[in-house]
Write a protein of this length. Sequence first.
Length: 131
Amino acid sequence: HIRRGDINLDEHSFRWISFDELLEKREYLRKKHKNIHFTVLSVTGYKHAQLNTENTSTGHYKKNSFDIFKDSDTTLILNYCDLQCFHMMCSADILITAPSAFSIFASYLNKTKEQYHLINKKCGESRPAVL
């Protein structure tokens, strides 16, 4: 889950996870697991998401552009039904959460032992959950 629709770096920086950090986590999991498939859940089109851009190690992207995640092992699900997204997070084999009550609550209901709760690097480090 990538929180983008209602936040920006100026007003909600503690909730902001950079695309680079998410790409790093995806590479880590690719090395750890063979035949892994990723599903990216987020929303686009809100006021803040349209105004911002993000520099990453691979280029300059609009923050509401998820093209950077497009790959053969990654499915993008954007602007989808909240309840269906919540269900997908609750049943994911591996869960990466945003600093968001929506994804954190899904992690409480998810039975997997492999969860990663990302936080803004300025506030601390991301680490696997201890369950």
